[in-house]
Write a protein that binds this ligand. Structure first.
Ligand code: F6R
Length: 608
């Protein structure tokens, strides 16, 4: 979330710091600032908003001359995002300045103690106590001062500190908040994460808990909090596949979420031609498509959830009955497949054992199987009679995001194609729907770029015990996926319910403060879902609503609302799922979970 970059050397510091901070932008922040020593004094520029503003204010760093400095991107915890709350923070005469990631837990006591001693606070942050505490202990020896401060503070921190009296040094320290330092022939660097400085050096030292680093232009020394010097080994960071493929994102999951606009475009656009939908891979004539009497969708996990949405969309647009089965059930339940049935299996990996077995079962009974598959050449792709590829590219994070989004749009295309040839969708409506499909990538991007609202909200639920997701119709399908995203990576118990089912048991689980995420994207069902929200709220739930911009009525029943842009209600899943993916992701990150590789899970479930 917050980012730190510092530099001391022979080059101008500000452009290096700005560049480093830009590589940490993906973590999320709401303000940015820099402190640079200009040869006489420390100058500070900071601003609420994007890093671009800081870049403009300083002309890309040019107006802040100096070869020693620290910079920060802040994600507000104590105190609103504002210029004054932005880092760096400084003592009364601006001779000591500090940037900080983490939370000083005893800041209230420290602030009281310092206020009693006459210190005046400008900001609402916990970090400002550090600047004044450093001032309080400073008697000309910065190292001793830093150690004294670290003995006084409780909580977590990664720190960068400048003393105007010692402009040839930067001090850094860490406890429970990541920090690395690095060196090249031009200077030494500090950063809260390796990508920030990888452009300048691959020689990295990981700072351990309760260690202090004193950096000079040409060397650095490591100390314990008791000022004992320690020796550390550097690590040479290769441009390994992981780092390269993550492209600066903290996790593959985040990167893959950000790839969704492209994934959706790649899956949609090649199949939209001259205001028509052409799915060559179906290998079926229009007459054959008209002859379909029933569709069986079979899949596991998120692919099953995509299939659930597919049921609502296909039934709604093409008026063909659809049954959706979990592959592990389908294969053993002796399903009734009648003439005219079409079997569709959905799988990202194309290797899921149960889905493959279901495909074989259907084929053994003489039915043609359409595979909606991501991995080209996978078992399901090879064994299905026809394959409609989702062009999501490699998905690395165990929790699927972009492949799920691609599966959704593949199903929309199928539904529209069927609806069109069966005369269920009028020309004008069809063209309008194509327009809505084309808008999805930009709308997804918009939601991703507005992630800060959900990111901030997620922080409150890191300690949640249970979370419930509710919705009706397509919103129920979205809820299933939203709930899975949260639980599989954050390990928080979560369940999805059809909103109308609550009264039949689940509502007894709602306690004071229980989070209920209500998904409401279907105009016909707005009022019904609001009633269910009111019911849970009356029993103490905190209600997060994900709904469409027009549904302002929901604000009466919700405690927190995330709006999605306007689209055809059949396509709403593609938009509503984005904040829910982000929610699951940020809760898991906040809990320190291994987001890309959740415990007990594998990307491809090749065993039954
Ligand atoms: C959840 C997830 C899994 C998969 C499921 C099916 O985030 O990724 O639930 O959706 O294991 O996998 P595929 O699509 O490879 O058949």
């Amino acid at each position: 979330m917050c980012g730190i970059v510092g530099y001391i050397g022979t080059k101008q510091a500000a452009p290096i710091i700005l560049d480093g901070l830009s590589r940490l932008e993906y973590r999320g922040y709401d303000s940015a600032g820099m402190a640079i020593y200009d040869g006489e004094k420390i100058n500070i520029t900071k601003s609420v908003g994007r890093l671009k503003i800081l870049e403009n204010l300083t002309h890309g760093g040019e107006t802040m001359a100096g070869i020693c400095g620290i910079g920060h991107t802040r994600w507000a915890t104590h105190g609103v995002p504002s210029n004054v709350n932005a880092h760096p923070h400084f003592n009364a005469d601006g001779t000591i300045t500090v940037v900080h990631n983490g939370i000083i837990e005893n800041y209230i006591q420290l602030r009281r103690m310092l206020t009693d001693k006459g210190y005046q606070f400008l900001s609402e942050t916990d970090t400002e106590v550090l600047a004044h505490l450093l001032d309080y202990y400073y008697k000309g020896n910065p190292m001793e001062t830093v150690t004294k401060v670290l003995h006084r503070v409780e909580g977590s921190y990664a720190l960068g500190i400048l003393f105007a009296d010692c402009p040839d040094q930067i001090f850094a320290a860490r406890k429970d908040s990541p920090l690395v330092v690095g060196q090249n022939q031009d200077g030494c660097f500090i950063a809260s994460d390796v990508p920030a400085i990888l452009k300048y050096t691959r020689k990295i030292y990981y700072v351990d808990n309760q260690e202090i680093v004193r950096l000079r232009a040409d060397h650095m020394h490591f100390y314990t909090v008791d000022e004992e010097e320690i020796q550390k080994e550097s690590v040479t960071i290769d441009w390994d596949a992981n780092a390269a493929e993550k492209a600066g994102y903290e996790h593959f999951m985040l990167k893959e979420m950000y790839e969704q606009p492209k994934t959706v475009t790649d899956t949609l656009l090649p199949r939209i031609k001259d205001n028509d939908i052409v799915i060559e891979e179906l290998n079926m004539t229009d007459d054959e498509l008209r002859g379909i009497r029933k569709i069986h969708i079979v899949a596991c996990g998120s692919a099953y959830h995509a299939g659930m949405t597919g049921k609502y969309v296909i039934e709604g647009l093409a008026r063909i009955p659809v049954e959706v089965d979990l592959a592990s059930e389908f294969r053993y339940r002796n399903p009734i497949l009648e003439e005219g049935a079409m079997v569709v299996v959905i799988s990202q990996s194309g290797e899921t054992a149960d889905t493959l077995a279901a495909l074989r079962e259907a084929k053994a009974r003489g039915f043609q199987v359409l595979g909606i598959v991501n991995v080209v050449g996978s078992s399901i792709a090879r064994e299905a009679d026809n394959v409609m590829y989702t062009w999501a590219g490699p998905e690395i994070a165990v929790a699927t995001t972009k492949a799920y989004s691609a599966q959704l749009v593949a199903l929309y295309l199928l539904a529209m194609k069927l609806g069109r040839v069966r005369g269920q969708i009028k020309n004008k409506e069809f063209v309008a729907m194509l327009g809505d499909l084309r808008c999805l990538p930009d709308q997804i991007e918009l939601l991703l770029n507005n992630k800060f609202k959900i990111q901030k909200f997620s922080n409150r639920y890191i300690g949640a015990k249970d979370v419930f997701f509710i919705g009706r119709g397509i919103d129920y399908a979205i809820s299933l996926e939203g709930s899975l995203k949260l639980k599989e990576i954050s390990y928080i118990h979560s369940e999805a319910y059809a909103a109308g089912e609550l009264k039949h048991g689940t509502i007894s689980l709602i306690e004071e403060g229980t989070l209920v995420a209500a998904v409401s994207t279907q105009p016909d069902l707005y009022a019904k879902t609001i009633s269910n929200m009111v019911e849970v709220k009356a029993r103490g739930a905190f209600v997060l609503a994900v709904t469409c911009e027009e549904n302002k009525e929901i604000e009466k029943a919700a405690d927190y609302v995330i709006y999605i842009p306007e689209t055809n209600p059949f396509f709403a899943n593609s938009l509503a799922i984005i904040p829910l993916q982000l929610f699951g992701y940020y809760v898991a990150v906040g809990k320190g979970c291994d987001v890309d590789k959740p415990r007990n899970l594998a990307k491809s479930v090749t065993v039954e």
